[in-house]
Design a protein around this ligand. Structure first.
Ligand code: SAM
Length: 244
């Protein structure tokens, strides 16, 4: 399978029928990987042959659409309280590998990280880059979107768009197995997963979430897991069960 590069629309220009030009940061990446004229590469969702390479651009000829692989058949959105820097980076990378479709970071009362507008934009770009790299690395043919960061109030609204939401809550005794069985029976295709911050949710926040119709609380066992462990554990279970 040819190597895949994800190139922004602005850096991927159609020069004439079937001839495309890449500019911007992926040019360097293609050069570093020692690609040459005649090589076939995948750009976004197409297979192309390199016809010319300069210092600042790569010319390509379109061959055909790339086969669609690595895309889970259940759309899972991870709603994750904003974690400290390295934990968040690690979680985004691993969640993409496991098959999450979208990640929505949120700020609830116990989130420690504080970001102003500029920092938010920078963090979002960095997380999107990590997600893009992880897609390429694990051979996914889609893009995992890092959504704008939302407040807890916004979360309680956007979450209603999901078919079903699993709220991992350490104080819950409710069985994940029952919820998974019900999701399979109902052939649910859009699932949200909510994971709290290092300090969890306040009881007021947890009560608000529990009252939302499409949300079910689930326990991940009697041990309190770190947020990133809880997220990856629940994500792995849901993907494994729903992909069968
Ligand atoms: N509130 C807790 C405290 O400070 O003792 C712990 C929060 S835990 C580190 C972070 C998040 O992981 C929780 O908000 C929850 O979403 C999830 N979590 C951790 N352990 C869990 C469990 N056993 N069952 C369900 N969810 C869990």
């Amino acid at each position: 399978m040819a190597r895949r590069f994800i190139v922004n629309k602005e850096d991927f220009i159609k020069n004439k029928e079937n001839i495309y030009e890449i500019t911007g940061p992926e040019v360097k990446h293609i050069q570093v990987l020692r690609h040459n004229v005649g090589d076939e590469i995948i750009v976004n969702d197409g297979i192309y042959m390199i016809t010319k390479m300069t210092r600042d651009s790569v010319l390509l000829e379109y061959i055909k659409d790339a086969p669609i692989i690595g895309i889970p058949n259940t759309d899972i959105t991870l709603y994750i309280a904003f974690l400290k820097s390295e934990k968040m980076d690690f979680l985004v990378q691993k969640a993409v590998e496991l098959g999450v479709k979208k990640i929505v970071p949120f700020f609830s009362s116990n989130v420690i990280v504080k970001l102003d507008e500029r920092d938010r934009a920078k963090r979002k770009l960095k997380l999107q880059k990590i997600a893009d790299e992880a897609c390429k690395q694990c051979g996914r043919m889609d893009v995992v979107v890092i959504e704008d960061f939302v407040s807890f109030n916004e979360l309680t609204n956007t979450i209603r768009e999901e078919e079903k939401v699993l709220f991992a809550y350490e104080a819950s005794k409710d069985s994940l197995r029952c919820q998974i069985n019900e999701m399979k029976e109902k052939n649910i295709k859009r699932v949200g997963i909510i994971i709290g911050a290092e300090g969890g949710f306040t009881s007021k926040e947890a009560d608000l979430l529990k009252q939302i119709d499409n949300i079910s609380c689930v326990s991940l066992g009697t041990r309190i897991l770190r947020a990133e462990t809880a997220a990856l554990n629940l994500l792995s279970i849901v993907i494994y069960e729903m992909e069968e």
